[in-house]
Design a protein around this ligand. Structure first.
Ligand code: PLP
Length: 396
């Protein structure tokens, strides 16, 4: 029995079968490389669903965690800890004036955004939130309600009241869904799980104007798009349109579990003492890891690298279109790219994995390619040649 088979057997016995897993057990990650339990190496162009955004085990993150582990791992939120304060300050310095709440995941960061919006609306008896088709906001009861994909909702009804889903990039659909009870509009500026669907600038401008006119809150779920993924620290900066609430998670902690809800000054004190909490939120060890992640992005100019390498990768992917007519479109921003196909994407995904390249396939026919911000030209050349070989197998 191989090591992987032993591990798989334990999973089958003891771990709930909630995931489709791809038959590989990983034991080590360093930068853009991964190694599995059988010693095979992989180039990782989809590091942990964008969690390891600056690469696996970044030396700055590793040393921050090591140092903090010997000082204080956890302290409860009825006391202060300097690292949480410094992380909030750091996030605000890159975002907009306001305040931060810390949790442990994307879904929780979004829960806080919804609770904040409802609390804000409670003064005027408003509670309805508009969300988008093909969105993804997490797996808690509130977030499967908010998510605009039926597959996450089946079997869990009744869902929460007060959510409406409309088609993405359609301002008039939002206007038609408005009632006197609407308090917020929530969306991802680029839908990740939905297939790298980018918001149009005029659409976001329209939403911003609508929210200003009607005293509604614009909520950007930047759980996947933040921390340099699109070439700016936060994706909204590419559009120049600022939300009232922004949620963060995935790569914020350099690999450790973290979620954060950022609220602008106007609404930052809406949730008062006792209104919301998270036992683990903003713990010293996690805050230290997130501060180190910011430090890596700043000191190693990773935003510039994301922009430059993103352009290079996008151009190379577009280049494949000539050879493979089943490529319908290459889209995205920075290092958040999608390749839409008219054939089964899962087959190409499998061929890539066989050849030692990790990517993702979403919605059945969209390859999602999101290498870490540290990616180099040579990595891209190698990855694209593997994608090309994998696509050749589709023509046979
Ligand atoms: C992954 C993701 C979430 C959910 O995050 P969890 O940490 O799994 O709860 C929410 N929103 C977006 C945009 C995501 O990509």
């Amino acid at each position: 029995m191989t090591k992987t088979e032993m591990i798989t057997e334990k999973y089958n016995k003891y771990v709930m079968p909630t995931y489709t897993r791809d038959g590989i057990a990983f034991v080590k990650g360093k930068g853009i490389k991964m190694r599995d339990a059988e010693g095979k190496e992989y180039l990782d162009f989809f590091p942990g669903w964008a969690v390891s955004g600056i690469g696996h085990c970044h030396p700055k993150v590793v040393s921050a965690i090591r140092k903090q582990a010997g000082e204080l791992i956890h302290v409860s939120n009825n006391y202060y800890n300097e690292l949480q304060a410094s992380l909030a300050e750091k996030i605000i310095s890159h975002a907009f004036p306001g305040k931060v709440f810390f949790a442990n995941s994307g879904a929780e960061a979004n829960e806080c955004a919804i609770k904040l919006a409802r609390k804000y609306g409670s003064r005027t008896k408003r509670y309805e939130i508009i969300t988008m088709e093909k969105s993804f906001h997490g797996r808690t009861m509130a977030m499967i309600t908010a998510t605009g994909q039926d597959k996450v909702k089946h079997g869990f009804e009744p869902l929460l009241e007060g959510f409406k889903t409309v088609s993405f990039n359609d301002l008039s659909a939002v206007k038609n869904a408005l009632t006197e009870k609407t308090v917020a509009i929530m969306l991802e500026p680029i839908q990740g799980e939905g297939g790298i669907n980018m918001a149009e600038e005029s659409y976001l401008e329209g939403l911003r104007r609508l929210c200003d006119e009607k005293d509604m809150l614009l909520i950007f779920d930047e759980v996947q798009t933040a921390m340099g993924r699109t070439g700016e620290m936060f994706c909204y900066k590419n559009y120049g349109i600022q939300p009232d609430i922004m949620t963060l998670a995935k790569s914020l902690g350099g690999g450790v579990p973290i979620g954060a809800t950022v609220a602008s000054t106007k609404i930052a004190d809406t949730l008062t003492a006792g209104a919301h909490a998270s036992t683990f939120g903003g713990s010293p060890i996690v805050s230290a890891a997130a501060l180190a992640t910011f430090q890596a992005i700043e000191e190693d100019s990773l935003l510039d690298n994301a922009k430059n390498m993103g352009e290079y990768l996008k151009k190379k992917l577009i280049g494949l279109k000539k050879e493979f007519p089943f490529i319908k479109e290459v889209r995205g921003m920075g290092l958040m790219l999608g390749v839409e196909l008219s054939v089964d994407g899962k087959k190409i995904f499998n061929e890539c994995v066989k050849r030692g390249l990790l990517i993702n396939c979403t919605q059945g026919n969209i390859l999602r390619i999101m290498p870490p911000l540290i990616v180099k030209k040579s990595d891209i050349n190698k990855a694209v040649s593997i994608i090309k070989e994998s696509m050749v197998t589709m023509q046979a």
